[in-house]
Design a protein around this ligand. Structure first.
Ligand code: ATP
Ligand code: MG
Length: 198
């Protein structure tokens, strides 16, 4: 690209960015939904956890699916950030269990922690990892979940991850990103890898 073309393109982009920045004059917390079938939703949520911690903000994490092994993020937060409240649906739903009543009870117990954290005025960021599945499987009443998200502590931003989630949650969220899978190593027979997948 020639220098004058480049400079013109940059000037146009700057004008557009400056005008968007000028328009974004409201300060408030946000609800984010990270969804889609590609890899990168939970890691993005934890990226925001790290980002908020870097600013000395108060953060909490609730995970609605228990994997077969702990994640690196869980190990790091538990060992180095004991001030971060970290809840996991200890027993109950994984892809292996097939017990609706037990799974629903576990989801309800975990949701109680989330509900409490949603009302905590000291918190800045709350990650509700894989919450969408609790709605998809009707382990939690969608109306109550949406209401709790809507009526959260005013200064609290919330990140919800997981596939799907429903149109009402999409409508309520301020920022919705869909991670689209183009390919995944697993499909080529590559095993899940420590530090990459968990
Ligand atoms: P990550 O935790 O890596 O950000 P994710 O939260 O977007 O992934 P989940 O649906 O929660 O995705 O699945 C978590 C696990 O499944 C991770 O080990 C991830 O690598 C793997 N995974 C994610 N997307 C795919 C896919 N399209 N095909 C196969 N495995 C996947
Ligand atoms: Mg995930």
């Amino acid at each position: 690209m020639q220098a004058d073309k480049f400079n013109n393109a940059m000037a146009r982009q700057k004008a557009s960015v400056d005008s968007s920045i000028a328009k974004a004059d409201r300060q408030r917390s946000v609800l984010l939904l990270l969804t889609g079938d590609g890899k990168g939703k939970t890691t993005s949520g934890f990226g925001m956890v790290l980002r908020a911690l870097g600013w000395g903000q108060r953060v909490a994490v609730v995970q609605f699916i228990k994997g077969t092994q702990p994640s690196g993020e869980e190990l790091l937060l538990r060992s180095h950030f004991p001030e971060v409240e970290f809840f996991q649906m200890g027993t109950g739903f994984t892809w292996d269990t097939q017990n609706f009543a037990a799974d629903q009870a576990a989801a309800e117990r975990t949701w109680q922690e989330a509900e409490r954290l949603l009302q905590d005025p000291r918190l800045d960021l709350l990650l509700l990892d894989e919450l969408t599945y609790m709605l998809a499987y009707q382990f939690l009443p969608a109306a109550a979940v949406l209401q709790a998200l809507r009526n959260r502590s005013p200064s609290l931003s919330v990140v919800v991850t997981g596939r799907g989630g429903g149109s009402e949650l999409r409508a309520l969220a301020d920022t919705v990103s869909e991670v689209k899978s183009l390919k995944h190593a697993y499909e080529a027979g590559v095993q899940a890898r420590k530090g990459v997948d968990y």
